[in-house]
Design a protein around this ligand. Structure first.
Ligand code: ADE
Length: 225
């Protein structure tokens, strides 16, 4: 998989992509993440890619031409399955969406800024608009990092223990059951006996019941879906 991230702040995500499981995935050749500084596509002497909105409202809008040039340059080199735009009014990001994106070959992720982008870009270039929550960030970079993290970690071979990605919260529409590690008793607080029993089917049943109960308590709307 290859992900091209179009951003005004390529260095902002350096730490995230150069550390962590995501960087290991890149070193293993399971994913290639490429950054493109949108200032390099500026049509002005000053390197700006934004302009005043028509109609005279406050704030700045990312201009259509530099962004279109950047996207078209990439599209002339390979086919992209999706051109994603991160925006608070996009479709809400979810585990099923991450699963779907993880099956793609090449993705472009455009990080929004200011008041957003010229609407013509959304109409003619963007194939998917994603929000990571009902709040407004200063830019789309954190949203792009969240999306990439959720997608990359489920690529085969990225997490050592394949099973563990499948057992994540939300993969089966339930939140995850509680987990314990050694010691079996701490300050009199004991690990549930069933987990020490060695009976795998009983343990699986217990985990399922716990996940169901937790979902009922914490995220009842997931059960209605
Ligand atoms: N850009 C600003 N806020 C955002 C959000 N909540 N999700 C995605 N992109 C954004």
């Amino acid at each position: 998989m290859r992900i091209d991230i179009l951003t005004l702040f390529p260095n902002m995500m350096d730490m995230f992509f150069k550390e962590s499981i995501v960087s290991r995935a890149q070193k293993k050749g399971l994913v290639e993440v490429c950054f493109h500084d949108l200032h390099d596509y500026s049509l002005t002497r000053y390197g700006s890619v934004d302009d005043y909105p028509y109609g005279g409202s406050a704030g700045m809008v990312m201009a259509v031409e530099p962004l279109a040039n950047c996207i078209e340059e990439l599209q002339s080199q390979r086919h992209y399955d999706e051109v994603i735009y991160t925006a608070p009014d996009g479709e809400m990001f979810s585990q099923p969406m991450a699963n779907e994106l993880s099956l793609k070959e090449n993705l472009i992720v455009l990080c929004g800024h200011y008041k957003g982008v010229d609407e013509r870009l959304r109409e003619h270039f963007i194939t998917k608009e994603i929000s990571i929550g009902d709040y407004v960030l200063t830019g789309g970079e954190l949203a792009a990092a969240v999306i990439c993290d959720a997608v990359i970690r489920i690529l085969p071979g990225v997490i050592g223990d394949e099973q563990s990605a499948l057992e994540d919260s939300f993969q089966d529409g339930l939140v995850a059951p509680p987990e314990y590690t050694r010691p079996a008793e701490f300050r009199g607080w004991k690990v549930p006996d069933v987990l020490l029993s060695g009976d795998h089917s009983k343990i699986a049943q217990w985990r399922y019941e716990q996940a169901l109960e937790r979902t009922r308590q914490r995220r009842p709307e997931l059960l209605k879906e």
